[in-house]
Design a protein around this ligand. Structure first.
Ligand SMILES: O=C(O)c1ccccc1NCC(=O)[C@H](O)[C@H](O)COP(=O)(O)O
Length: 211
């Protein structure tokens, strides 16, 4: 089984090209205006044009209006949307692309909440993140043993929160996820990726074999 890697919060074309070349499967472009990784629609469209044939470009939104999300999908070349705020299950449809619903995990109750999104709207994947202040990208992890509670849910799960090149193999071994997602753990500063760290992160995941 090959674990997918999403590099989130890319803001620069050189970082996008570097991440694809390193073997990333997906890039995240952040449209939350309060994020230090925010990109304008114009920049996002330029970044999305670096996408290789098999790559995914994910737009990250926090409590955004459906009309704005649809406009970004249409104008910026997004292949999926990641709803990273307090969006209810009924808000997870109508964008014309698959939805990744992100949940911030503090304890078992948050994983149970994640279950309420299984089969809702266009939710194709769940993302379990730590509970960083400001919704995401804060390098905060969670108890990986909780991921097993979704094993019978029949939905692909991305694991995020506090991952870096040194701990991601342990995270994959512990959770056996569909994929992993990282923002701050591969940066020199918010939105500026560290090429060596991105390469080390992808290599750590892709050279780990599990059945
Ligand atoms: O990265 C951000 O600034 C951000 C802000 C608001 C909502 C989501 C955000 N990032 C989403 C991601 O998918 C991150 O990769 C995820 O939260 C993990 O971040 P990190 O712990 O820094 O790797």
């Amino acid at each position: 089984m090959s674990t997918r890697v999403k590099i989130c919060g890319v803001t620069r074309v050189e970082d996008a090209r570097m991440a694809w070349a390193a073997g990333a499967d997906a890039l995240g472009l952040n449209f939350y205006p309060r994020s230090p990784r925010y990109v304008t629609p114009e920049t996002a469209a330029i970044l999305a044009r670096t996408r290789p044939a098999l790559g995914a470009v994910v737009g990250v939104f926090v409590n955004e209006s459906p009309d704005v999300i649809r406009a970004r999908v249409r104008d910026c070349g997004l292949t999926s949307v990641q709803l990273h705020g307090d969006e209810p299950p009924e808000a997870c449809a109508g964008y014309g692309v698959p939805v990744i619903k992100a949940l911030r995990v503090r304890g078992p109750e948050d994983v149970e909440k994640a279950r309420t999104y299984v089969g809702a709207g266009d939710v194709a994947t769940l993302l379990l993140d730590g509970a960083a202040p400001g919704y995401g990208g804060g390098g905060v992890g969670f108890d990986w043993s909780l991921v097993a509670r979704l094993a019978d849910a029949g939905v692909p799960v991305l694991v995020a929160g506090g991952l870096n090149p040194d701990n991601v193999r342990e995270a994959v071994r512990a959770t056996r996820p569909y994929g992993v997602d990282v923002a701050s753990g591969v940066e020199v500063s918010p939105g500026v990726k560290d090429a060596d760290a991105v390469r080390a992160f992808v290599r750590a995941v892709k050279t780990l074999a599990w059945e």
